[in-house]
Structures are given as structure tokens and as C-alpha cells.
Write a new protein. Structure first.
Length: 163
């Protein structure tokens, strides 16, 4: 299945759960909170925007809504992965953190699609580049990427109301 025939991203608990799982396996033994996973997920999906490998998903005009809906979808995906003992939720000072479980890496290794391989490569790249950064620093990067992306689409659309 090529990327054009891939189902709409971000609407499946399974897809977001597997992306979170790939991120946590790549960053292991680090544990991330939901906020951090949301930022890392954005970077993994849009890695090309962050001077990384080609993005997993194409840039779409409705991309602005991603940041608004991503958190809830990732949370549902995490719960699915927890229910399968692939991710562990551990108490933290201000909520919960998530860490890859013992079966996570073998499960991901069993996925053989090109998309899965690309996901794991980008997750590894993101973990190597961003794990030692504070979540607030990563958020600044993702917001800057989003603003750059938004201004590019506005330039393509042209100024509104000027004609």
C-alpha cells in the first residue's frame, strides 16, 4: 500500500497507538508524558519539516486541525497499547508517563509494511534528536514548523480581500 492509498491518518486509535509505541521504543528507557508524545508524534509524522527524513504523511491544507485533535487521538491509542501490555503507564508528579513495555520492540519488529519501517526510522531519528530536549523546547519547534507551513499555504492561496 503506498502513501496515497493509506487511510486518513489521525483517525485510528491503532495507528496513533503504534506511532506512540514506535516513539517509546526508540526512546527507551525514557518515559514520556502525553504532552511530550503529542509533540513527538507531530515531529515523526512531519519529519521532513524538521530537517529530518521525508515526512510520513503528506502536508495537507487542513493540517491546522491536527494540533487540536492529536492529543485525544494519541490518548486513545495509548490506552489501546496499554490494554495489550505494549505500553506501561507509570505515575508521575503531575500525572502519568508512558514507557515501552517488554513486548513492544518484538511487536514492532513483527510489522513488515513499508509504512511501519518508515515509521520506525523516523521514530529513531526523532528520539536521537529530541529526547534530551525539554518538552517546551520541542513545542517551540513544532509551533515554528506549523507557522512556517501555514505561511507557505497562505502564500500559495494569495492574499485575501486585496482584489
Amino acid at each position: 500500500m503506498n502513501s496515497r492509498s493509506h487511510p486518513t491518518p489521525f483517525n485510528s486509535s491503532l495507528e496513533t497507538g503504534i506511532r506512540s509505541l514506535a516513539i517509546l521504543v526508540a526512546a527507551y528507557p525514557e518515559a514520556f508524558d502525553l504532552e511530550r508524545l503529542v509533540e513527538m508524534d507531530y515531529i515523526v509524522v512531519h519529519s521532513g519539516d524538521a530537517n529530518g527524513p521525508e515526512s510520513l504523511h503528506a502536508a495537507l491544507p487542513m493540517r491546522a486541525g491536527e494540533l487540536l485533535v492529536r492529543r485525544g487521538l494519541i490518548e486513545k491509542g495509548l490506552l489501546l497499547m496499554i490494554s495489550r501490555n505494549l505500553i506501561q503507564r507509570i505515575p508521575a508528579e503531575d500525572g502519568f508517563n508512558y514507557v515501552a513495555g517488554d513486548a513492544a520492540a518484538p511487536f514492532l519488529a513483527s510489522l513488515t509494511s513499508i509504512y511501519s519501517q518508515r515509521l520506525m526510522e523516523r521514530s529513531q531519528w526523532a528520539a536521537e534528536r529530541f529526547t534530551n530536549m525539554k518538552t517546551s523546547e520541542i513545542r517551540q519547534i513544532t509551533h515554528r514548523l506549523f507557522e512556517n507551513w501555514r505561511s507557505q499555504f497562505q502564500a500559495i492561496d494569495g492574499p485575501r480581500g486585496s482584489q
